[in-house]
Every structure is written in C-alpha cells, then in structure tokens.
Design a protein around this ligand. Structure first.
Ligand code: SDX
Length: 427
C-alpha cells in the first residue's frame, strides 16, 4: 500500500499521508487538507469519512463480520454474558472471574437511584414515549452527580462506569413502570444484572415474580448483540457531545435521543408496527415489498438495509435463530414471525433489494423476541439502549483518554452573498 495519496487541484499536486488499520482498512489522513489547499471535502452522512481511530469494535460490512476487541460476535453471543462483554468493551480485555465479580459488585454500589428522581419521572405524562423519558432522566442524573469525571483519575473513571451501568437500567425500566401506572421497583443486589431487568420491569407487589431463565438467557444474548457497533449514529453522537467535555450522563443522554430515530434504533419498534400492519391487512407481503421499492412512496422496509453491512448483518442471523428457539421454548406461535420470514424470503429474492445489498439488520427479528417476552413495543428501543450502554461508555472513554479534539465539522456555504440591510418601510 502506498504511504501517500496525491490530490491534484487547480493543476497543483498535494500529498497526504496514508495509513492502514490492523484489519487493513486504508485511511487518507486529510488533517492538513484545508491548510494546504484551501479546500474541504464534503461527505453527507459521513459515508466515506472516518471520525477516529478506535480499538473497540471491528466491522466488515462486505464479509458480515463483527468483533468486539477482536472476539467474534458469534463466540461472544454463544459463550459470554452481557456483564463480561461490557467489561471487555470498556476495559479492553476479558475479565478474570475475580475481576468480573468485582465489577458486578461495584455496579451494585450504585443501583439505588436518588428518590428525588421520581419527582422528575412523575412530571411526564403516562403517554410519554419511554425513549424521551429515558433521555431526560439520564441527563437528570447529572443533577445528582454534578462533579465532572476526571478521566485522568483511573478510580474516578472506573466508578463513573459502574455508576452509569448501575443507574441507567433502573431508570430505563422506570419509564415502563410509569407508563403502566405500576409502583417503581428497586434493583435486588442479590440477583444478576439481566434477572434484575426482568424483575424491575415486571415484578408487581401483589404476587411473587417467577423468573423464566430461558427469557433471561435470551435477553442476555440480545444485550450482547446490541452492545457496540463502532461509529453508528448514536455512538458518534456520544463521542461528539463528549468531545466538548460534557459529562458522561449528558453524552449518554444525547446518544439515547439519537438512537430513538426510526432509521436507527427506533427501527425495532417500527419493524413490529410494520409486521402488525401487514398482518392486519391480510398478510400480503408482496404489496409491502412493492411499496418499499416505489420511489414515490416514503415507505421503507423497516429492519432492512444498513449503512455498513452490504451482506448479512451477523447479529440478524443470530437473533433469527434465537427467535425460533425462544418462541419454541415458550410455546409461542407468533403469526408476525411467519410474516417476517415470508417478507425476508420475498425481499431477498427481489432484484431491487439484491442490487442494493439490502438484508435484514439487527432490528428485523429482535422485536419478535421482545414481543414473545411480553415486552411492550414502545420499550423495544429502550432495550436497545440498555444493550448499547457499555459500547457508548467504552467509546466515550476512548475518545476522552485519546484526548481527541472537540468535534466541529466544516460546511460549504450556499446561501446569499453580502447584501445591505433594507429598512422595513422599504421592503
Ligand atoms: C441500526 O449504523 C449502525 O451500525 C446502526 C446499527 C447499530 O447497531 O448501531 O446497526 C443499528 O440502526 C440498523 C438500521 C435500522 N434501520 C432500519 O432498519 C430502517 C430501514 N433502513 C433504511 O432506512 C436504511 O437502510 C438505513 C438508514 C439503515 C441505511 O441507509 P443508507 O446507508 O443511508 O442507505 P440509503 O438510504 O442511501 O439507501 C440506498 C438505497 C436507496 O435506493 P436508491 O436511491 O439507490 O434507489 O437503498 C434504498 C434507498 O431507497 N433503501 C431502501 C431501504 N434501505 C435503503 N429501500 C427500501 N427499504 C429500505 N429499508
């Protein structure tokens, strides 16, 4: 690979350094481009633009590869657990048994949320979308933890990681409890992290809560699959907000808002709503595939396509199998799963989708499992956020420890040139 790239502009040649990542990604370093040439690049949606060097997650969209800190998603989903993967993402290595136990115990130090947070929660109408409530409550945590994290103090940073992991899931489940008019539950430090999610969500004071270990195992796997995905929209948001040295809670809150969008994490809710609409309209998937292909129709096949994967999203493959396993184990026969499989088959045989490399993504099947677990559709993206939390933390930590500059893109101005003010009486 050549060490430089040559750009010719106005008859002048400019050289820019080229470097190669550990998985052979080639980057042209244009840090000095504007100073040398007076020109900038433009790249809507940053489809060709790298924002950072990162050691956390590797994706190969052509090969359908996803690895966290070098470990394949298939192995981690099959052999690890969510807290162990969270430790791996944030600290870079798989923990020893002792380190993992310590991490879980240190998270437990922070699972009690300040009671005054309930006043903020109660300020929301019961109909408020849980993602909007979660983003607000996450930002509100700053009010109870006002001291900015000194990222150069290893213990302070470690404690901030544990505090975020401890409190975020609790307030996330509160969004559901508020919506249902249920009393708010407390984390039980004698139980596991994912078990606590199920209890926090569904345990009611009038009867003992029966934990379904199959559901806990499936949810643990789903959280692993959602844990990180390099520089996606919400993670890039967390990094750019954090680059101004805004706090960790404020940065995560911004990430929650970005994830909410239906083109991003909000797609898992949109997929279920789409499948339900197809089902309610007689199950005619061909009609919806035609709508998705019609440029005049804004309808898109939710859960299909991906900015990076131009092959199967490896997570979708794992979740599709998990959906089959969970529904079989629970004895659930969900017509929406049948519609999803039929839709996938029709789309994958259709030239429009093949020509654009549109395959099912992580959101296409996850909602089917959540639905079988009795999780309400408006909570699906909240579950995505709970899974993505360690990835957001890991990426924020890496950006701060690498002392990256504040994110501030340039633009190409296409507006009016200088013009004189006209007094209102003359307009
Ligand atoms: C996530 O980035 C990440 O890593 C995200 C994520 C993560 O873990 O963080 O993986 C999670 O967000 C997954 C994606 C969930 N979103 C959806 O399922 C929403 C539906 N998908 C699309 O909106 C779309 O595919 C995107 C947003 C995911 C990607 O869009 P791109 O990369 O900007 O592609 P594009 O919009 O330029 O589309 C390219 C072509 C266009 O057609 P042409 O103009 O070339 O004729 O493909 C078409 C699009 O119209 N197209 C679709 C389509 N997705 C793209 N047509 C119909 N249905 C779709 N779903």
């Amino acid at each position: 690979m050549s060490k430089t790239a040559i750009l010719e502009l106005d008859g002048k040649k400019y050289e820019f350094p080229v470097y190669v990542g550990t998985e052979n990604e080639v980057a042209i370093d244009i840090e000095k481009l504007r100073g040398a040439t007076g020109a900038i690049t433009i790249d809507p949606g940053y489809k060709n633009t790298g924002s950072c060097n990162s050691e956390i997650t590797f994706l190969d969209g052509e090969e359908g590869i996803l690895r966290y800190r070098g470990y394949s998603i298939e192995e981690l989903a099959d052999k690890s657990n969510f807290l162990e993967v969270s430790y791996l993402l944030v600290f870079g290595q798989l923990p020893t048994a002792k380190q993992l136990e310590q991490f879980e115990n240190d998270i437990r130090k922070y699972t009690l949320v300040n009671e005054e947070m309930k006043t903020i929660l109660e300020g929301f109408p019961k109909t408020a979308h849980p993602m909007g409530v979660l983003s607000s409550l996450t930002s509100a945590l700053t009010a109870f933890n006002p001291k900015p994290v000194n990222v150069d103090n290893e213990k302070e940073l470690y404690d901030a990681v544990c505090k975020t992991m401890g409190k975020f899931m609790v307030i996330a489940t509160w969004t559901y409890r508020r919506r249902m008019g249920y009393p708010l539950n407390y984390y039980d430090n004698t139980k596991g992290y994912v078990e606590n999610f199920m209890r926090l969500m569904f345990e009611i004071p009038t009867e003992p809560y029966k934990m379904d270990n199959k559901v806990v195992a499936a949810l643990d796997k789903l959280f692993i699959l959602h844990a990180d995905h390099e520089q996606n929209c919400s993670t890039s948001t967390v990094r750019i907000v954090g680059s101004s040295h805004a706090g960790l809670f404020a940065s995560i809150s911004a990430g929650v808002s970005a994830l909410w969008g239906p083109l991003h994490g909000g797609a898992n809710q949109a997929v279920l709503e789409m499948l339900q609409e197809i089902h309610d309209n007689g199950g005619d998937v061909d009609k919806y595939v035609l709508k998705a292909k019609d440029k005049e129709d804004p309808f898109r096949l939710m859960g299909f396509g991906h900015r990076v994967y131009k092959n199967f999203d490896p997570r979708a493959t794992i979740i599709k199998k998990a959906a089959d396993d969970v529904l079989t184990a629970m004895g659930v026969d969900d017509p929406l799963l049948d519609i999803a499989k039929k839709l996938e088959k029709v789309a994958l045989e259709d030239e429009y989708f093949k020509a654009r490399s549109l395959y099912p993504n992580v959101d296409f099947y996850s909602g089917i499992i959540y639905r079988a677990m009795g999780i309400p559709v408006e909570m699906y993206t909240v579950l995505f956020a709970i899974g993505r939390l360690p990835g957001w933390i890991a990426q924020w930590k890496e950006m701060r420890l690498n002392k990256e500059p504040i994110g501030r893109p340039r633009q190409v101005y296409m507006g009016e040139n200088l013009r004189a003010f006209v007094p209102v009486e003359k307009r």
